[in-house]
Design a protein around this ligand. Structure first.
Ligand code: 9MR
Length: 384
């Protein structure tokens, strides 16, 4: 329930974009090369795995991955092994999964994913040490410094020598959604969280294993918003404190519509500010919803999703993004279709519209969609 509320706030981000004038999906002459031509798309639906196309440009493609589905569904496991060079555990590394009781750590399901990655020569992205939505009941928010220290030591320590785990979302979604939900105007941190606590969290992490890349991960920062500004200020604060922070996780749970614009200019400025801060942008949780007005067929919808992927990734690759992780790989398993989290009032109140929730590159049968081809084309066209 809380999660649903949280998601609904994400829609607020698109409402802000709605104030702008040109639609991300409205084709204009100058940008026509961003959209993928259907005939061409079909001809390249082909065989080269995304991981290979990405690697040719020095990049990585991956997905969020669930250990229980991995065990149950062979086609899911095979598809991920074929297409991906990196994976993020969907929930297996979160606090509620790794330390359900104080000081009692368990890594069975996360290790199953790490083994899968090792077997298929994939990297693993550690998600996440600190998140208000995935903590066991015994942990308050924010947790005490002592709890944080023990948790970070326990979890990062377990993967210190892992041959596959190369990066951590040290903290996830610490920025409030708007100014009414924070008592910290400068950094916009969720109520109760102090910048010093986040600094100490990063410092603990560095004292356990500084060989990994450290990210601050968040959503709703794909444009010039109140939130992206606070996110960037928080990164700047950490840099000024001499804290190790290598990357900004830009989740990219995106909503696009012909009725309102994507803040392309604002997002470019976010990427530029990250570049100035010498912090690498990483696309950590990409999926795309097309909001109303909906087209009259799934085919057209899939084309809109694909065009959105292409234009978004073209923009990212122009800013030298080298890692793209989608939040799932197939529409069979997307959090967006989970009954608790069906997004937005329109979709929630109209079950007949749920079939228009097709946010990922492969369909329910693990068949490639136009979105998969759009990702492939973006990798092919990227300048290494
Ligand atoms: O997709 C994830 C869902 O299966 C989990 O139940 C949920 C709570 O742990 O987290 C979801 O993943 C979220 C991610 O960890 C952080 N950003 C938003 C993601 C989608 O809700």
């Amino acid at each position: 329930m809380t999660y649903r509320r949280n998601f609904l706030k994400r829609a607020g981000y698109t409402t802000i974009s709605a104030l702008l004038t040109t639609g991300f999906l409205q084709k204009d002459k100058q940008n026509e090369n961003h959209s993928i031509d259907a005939a061409m798309a079909n001809s390249i639906s082909g065989n080269t795995p995304l991981r290979q196309l990405a690697a040719a440009k020095g990049k990585r493609y991956g997905t969020a991955i669930s250990s229980d589905i991995l065990l149950k569904e062979k086609d899911y496991a095979n598809l991920i092994a074929r297409e991906c060079s990196i994976a993020t555990p969907n929930g297996e590394l979160k606090w509620n999964a790794t330390e359900p009781q104080p000081g009692k750590f368990t890594f069975e399901s996360a290790d199953a994913i790490a083994d899968f990655c090792r077997k298929h020569k994939m990297e693993l992205h550690g998600h996440t040490l600190f998140w208000h939505m995935a903590k066991p009941d015994w942990v308050p928010y924010p947790p005490t410094l002592k709890m944080i220290e023990r948790h970070v030591k326990g979890v990062m320590g377990h993967y210190r020598n892992s041959p596959v785990l190369k990066s951590w979302d040290i903290a996830n979604e610490i920025i409030a959604d708007n100014e009414n939900e924070t008592d910290n105007a400068t950094y916009g941190l969720r109520r109760g969280v102090k910048p010093e606590l986040i600094r100490d969290l990063f410092l603990f992490a560095a004292s356990v294993d500084s060989s990994k890349k450290f990210y601050l991960n968040d959503f709703g920062i794909e444009g010039a918003t109140w939130k992206s500004d606070r996110f960037l200020k928080m990164i700047e604060y950490l840099k000024n404190k001499g804290v190790k922070i290598d990357g900004a996780g830009i989740q990219s749970h995106l909503w696009f519509s012909t009725a309102y614009a994507f803040d392309e200019k604002g997002f470019k400025s976010v990427l530029k500010r990250l570049n100035d801060l010498e912090v690498k942008p990483v696309i950590t949780e990409l999926d795309i919803i097309i909001d109303t007005p909906l087209p009259d067929s799934i085919k057209k919808l899939d084309q809109m999703v694909a065009d959105s992927y292409k234009r978004y990734l073209d923009l990212c690759f122009a800013a030298k993004v080298d890692t793209v992780i989608t939040w799932g790989i197939s529409d069979r398993h997307t959090w967006i279709r989970h009954p608790d989290w069906i997004p937005g009032k329109t979709f929630r109140d109209n079950p007949q519209l749920h079939r228009f929730l097709r946010p990922l590159p492969f369909d329910e049968n693990m068949k490639p969609k136009l979105a998969r081809n759009a990702i492939a084309q973006a990798f092919r066209q990227a300048v290494p």
